[in-house]
Design a protein around this ligand. Structure first.
Ligand SMILES: Nc1ncnc2c1ncn2[C@@H]1O[C@H](COP(=O)(O)OP(=O)(O)OP(=O)(O)O)[C@@H](O)[C@H]1O
Ligand SMILES: [Mg+2]
Length: 530
């Protein structure tokens, strides 16, 4: 199998003449030049290559046909498959009390109780039956808590392994919306791949990515000739995966590569998403151009300064045309979260007080909407959280609003709320105001949101997009001729006008928001696998 070399690499001295900085690539970054010495094996005509964008919000796959990349329909004629999976629930029993461990704990507790009652007269010496009762109760609670903690990761995994029906994309979203409690739903698995995960969680995400890649593979194969088999792929990767783990990028790449193998692919290469987008844009260029590519997706924002055009097209070594890059773990989901926090959470009591006069803590309103934080989501779904919310309800002044938060928690409506914020954000592309209905929480509950309010809610993220562009520009040491903007979030007029304001006089080209990365990945697959 051909592999991307994940070892440290540097821009070769002397190859970059347009800037003084010599940034060292992160250890796990692979650029096209790593492929330059690759064998170009040819296989039987039914074995095919493809480019796959395994996106935080949407997945797509492209094949090379009629001398151009062609995106393949994946669901109901759409070439975009929402990155979501749903499977029905299987039962996980709470474990049994281990009687040997109980006996050991009883004997330890007995000795401790004796010692304490000898040393402090106020401590009563308990009977053997009392101690056994206490220890049995403690162990039962521990088992229940352990089962509760594990259920999110282990149960969904066993459900995936069991013969339960699995749904992908819109079908998964619809199933979950119909009945949030009767199955397992995972949206945007990519946003967790770089997080600090425990082994069972890692295994769960591996399984989910495998299932999704396998579904994409078989669907795309089904769209072609009966015996087509896609065996070689170029997979997109962000500059930095979402997540806070130090070696999160390496973890995510490793997981994706293993998942791709399990899904049946034989040759797997990675290419940075903004570099892929630039390869797509390059196909329409008549002259060499220095382009600042900004790809604002669902989970990450990636930026690259690249030199592309007729001189570079078709070269196998493209390393020297990447002049600078920067990436951050912020994307459309974060915009939804901010919008939900600022505009929707006040309907649930954010900003109101407790009887003591103190405000209700903001963290209460952050947890339900932070759908890209696996730990916060598990915390929000826990029984402890339910208990804590009920005690805050007793203290809350505006009980009507706060009880909506309890509904949100009890009925597992976090994803629906986040989806409402996302739909509002998307609607604000074509209209200046939008009416958001939350009648799944309470009849007639809703709010009106304006485009200006969206801009105010996401101002921090907008500033961050510009700082990434400036960072890539500083590394390159040149001004771009063109800013090429792609990724779904770039469709927002709020985002586009922010960029225009900060790059006056520079050509801003808005590319195919949802297709350019996949087309670029497919173009690269054609170059290295044909
Ligand atoms: N009209 C719109 N206005 C604003 N945002 C939009 C619009 N349409 C889609 N989006 C957002 O675009 C994002 C998805 O974009 P895209 O498909 O490029 O992401 P992705 O490739 O899946 O994610 P990533 O590249 O981060 O892995 C979502 O957050 C979605 O809400
Ligand atoms: Mg993307």
């Amino acid at each position: 199998m051909l592999r991307c070399n994940k070892g440290g690499a540097k821009f070769p001295q002397g190859e970059r003449t347009r800037h003084s900085a010599q940034p060292t690539l992160p250890r796990d970054i692979c650029y096209p030049a790593r492929f330059s010495s690759r064998p170009t094996s040819r296989r039987s005509p039914t074995l095919m290559y493809a480019g796959i964008d395994f996106g935080t919000s949407n997945c797509s796959i492209g094949k090379w046909e009629n001398d151009a990349p062609q995106l393949v329909p994946l669901e109901n004629g759409s070439t975009r498959l929402p990155s979501a999976i749903y499977t029905s629930r299987t039962h996980v029993a709470v474990g049994r009390i281990d009687e040997d461990e109980l006996a050991l704990r009883v004997s330890r507790a007995t000795a401790l109780n004796r010692q304490q009652s000898r040393e402090a007269g106020s401590v009563r010496e308990l009977t053997a039956a009392e101690i056994e009762n206490i220890e049995r109760g403690l162990m039962r609670r521990e088992l229940e808590e352990r089962a509760q903690r594990k259920s999110e990761s282990e149960t969904i995994r066993s459900a995936l392994y069991a013969d339960s029906e699995i749904f992908f994309g819109e079908a998964a979203i619809e199933r979950h919306a119909e009945d949030p409690l009767s199955g397992y739903f995972m949206k945007s698995p990519k946003s967790f791949l770089g997080a600090d995960l425990e082994t069972p969680q890692l295994e769960l995400f591996s399984e989910i990515v495998t299932r999704m890649l396998s579904h994409i593979k078989t669907t795309a194969e089904g769209e072609g000739e009966a015996d087509d088999q896609i065996t070689s792929i170029v997979l997109g990767r962000p500059v930095n995966f979402h997540g806070n783990k130090a070696d999160g990028n390496a973890q995510a790449l490793n997981l994706m590569e293993r998942a791709a193998i399990s899904a049946g692919f034989e040759q797997i290469e990675f290419l940075m998403e903004p570099v892929a987008a630039s390869l797509d844009y390059e196909r329409q260029l008549q002259q060499d151009t220095i382009v600042l590519v900004l790809d604002i997706g669902g989970g990450t924002t990636d930026c690259s300064m690249v030199e592309i055009g007729p001189t570079f097209r078709g070269r196998s070594d493209r390393l020297s045309s990447v002049l600078g890059y920067a990436g951050n773990r912020v994307g459309g989901i974060d915009l939804d979260i901010k919008l939900a926090f600022e505009r929707l959470m006040p309907l649930f009591g954010r900003g109101t007080s407790q009887r003591s006069g103190l405000p209700l803590p903001n963290s209460l309103f952050w947890k339900p909407i932070a759908v890209n934080d696996v730990n916060l989501q598990a915390e929000f779904a826990s029984r402890q959280e339910a208990a804590s919310l009920h005690s805050f309800l007793r203290a809350a002044v505006d009980k009507q609003k706060f009880s909506r938060l309890i509904t949100l928690q009890g009925e597992r409506l976090s994803h629906r709320l986040s989806r409402s914020a996302e739909m509002a954000k998307i609607a604000l592309t074509d209209q200046a105001r939008v009416d958001v209905s939350l009648d799944y929480v309470e009849m007639d509950l809703g709010i009106d949101i304006s485009r200006d309010q969206l801009r105010d809610a996401i101002e921090k993220e907008l500033k961050l997009f510009i700082s990434l562009m400036k960072e890539a520009e500083a590394q390159a040491g040149v001004r771009p001729d063109v800013v090429y903007v792609t990724g779904g979030s770039a469709r927002s007029p709020v985002v586009e006008s922010w960029i225009r304001t900060h790059y006056p006089g520079v050509d801003i080209v808005v590319g195919d928001a949802f297709g350019s990365v996949t087309s670029g990945l497919t173009t690269w697959a054609h170059q290295i696998f044909r």
